[in-house]
Ligand binder design. Structure first.
Ligand code: VTB
Ligand code: MG
Ligand code: MG
Length: 333
């Protein structure tokens, strides 16, 4: 199924879906070796190196559009970096080799290796600023919740749509001082909270399976790059999300403008942040609510747990893989 030229009319070459698994698996394994060692930088660097090495083995002409930062601050997987073998479809890539570096360093739940791939020009080029976000899982009418509605309105509407009392709704929010008012307002509705230290890509994805994760809605301000990654996931697995950039200085607005953002106050829906055919993969680094962390067995076998999905088909695959002799291939072309 070799493919030449650009992505097909039907979307991206589906063979890339499974190729992506290897990319997040390898990043996750590299990061997992640093779990619980209190060294966020080392964990992140290991994930970045591994992800970049695997990406450069893919038959794509890829451009990193959401990555580790601007070229002058990130030596690898910076925004604009070309990755892949250079032959194959032209794709845009959003990635976070270790989403939740602090979680990994502390060996707490839900750190992930994450990537999304889309046809060129179809991901929002989000600068590294904050984004105000709201997300719920699939099965609800469009517009049940809204970024501009109050927490009370949103939680009540969601509870009614789910057919449960408000006190059976759980909202996931990043535990930050900037969310003091939001946290108070959500508690006042009667809903429960899951306060997380980091990792809002996982937080958003968790809304897609409340029975398993206990999370019905994600609310609050997190990273804009993480917002686009989460939007890509929801495009594939279902659900609704809205996001709005939060710029705090002229310098940030300049950066955003340079990346093509025209309207700073625009409320983006998830399908505006990630258009067209999108592939998304995430591998658990530490144990999480939907994905197990990497396991290192005494016999040398390594087990990884990955979800990989594609928007045009809506296929969601959960892939538990056992790896033997993983490092053997590290130095191949
Ligand atoms: C979130 C979360 C990330 O940053 O985007 C958050 O998903 C927002 O930034 O895991 P602050 O830490 O400044 O609140 C992370 O926690 C770290 O990248
Ligand atoms: Mg990162
Ligand atoms: Mg991150």
């Amino acid at each position: 199924m070799a493919m030449t030229g650009n992505a097909k009319a039907a979307g991206l070459d589906r063979i890339l879906t499974l190729e992506l698994v290897r990319v997040t698996e390898r990043a996750a394994v590299a990061a997992a070796r640093w779990r619980g060692r209190g060294d966020e930088m080392a964990a992140d660097q290991a994930a970045v190196d591994a992800m970049r090495r695997e990406l450069n083995r893919l038959p794509i002409e890829g451009t990193v559009v959401i990555g580790e930062g601007e070229r002058d601050e990130a030596p690898m997987l910076y925004i604009g970096e070309k990755v892949g073998k250079g032959s194959g479809p032209k794709v845009d890539i959003a990635l976070d080799p270790l989403e939740g570096t602090t979680i990994c360093a502390k060996n707490q739940p839900n750190s992930l290796a994450v990537i999304a791939i889309a046809e060129g020009g179809s991901l929002l080029y989000a600068p590294d600023v904050y984004m105000q976000k709201i997300a719920i899982g699939p099965g609800y009418a469009k517009g049940v919740v809204d970024l501009d509605a109050s927490p009370l309105e949103n939680i009540q509407a969601l509870a009614a749509a789910k057919g449960v009392p408000v006190n059976e709704i759980t909202a996931c929010i990043l535990d930050r001082p900037r969310h003091a008012k939001l946290i108070e307002d959500v508690r006042a509705t009667g809903a429960a909270l899951r306060l997380i230290g980091d990792g809002d890509v996982a937080g958003v994805i968790h809304t897609t399976n409340p029975d398993e994760t206990g999370i019905d809605i994600y609310l609050g301000i997190g990273g804009a790059p993480e917002g686009v990654l989460a939007a890509a996931a929801l495009r594939c697995i279902g659900g609704q999300m809205q996001g709005r950039l939060v710029t705090q200085s002229d310098a940030q607005r300049e950066r955003a403008a340079k990346m093509g953002v025209k309207d700073f106050d625009k409320k983006f829906t998830h399908d505006e942040m990630a258009k067209g055919d999108v592939l998304f993969a995430a591998t658990g680094v530490t144990d999480g609510n939907l994905l197990s962390g990497v396991r290192f067995a005494r016999n040398g076998e390594i087990t990884t747990d990955t979800v990989v999905m594609r928007s045009s088909s809506g296929t969601v695959r959960w892939i538990k893989a056992t790896h033997r002799d993983l490092e053997k291939f590290d130095n191949e072309g």
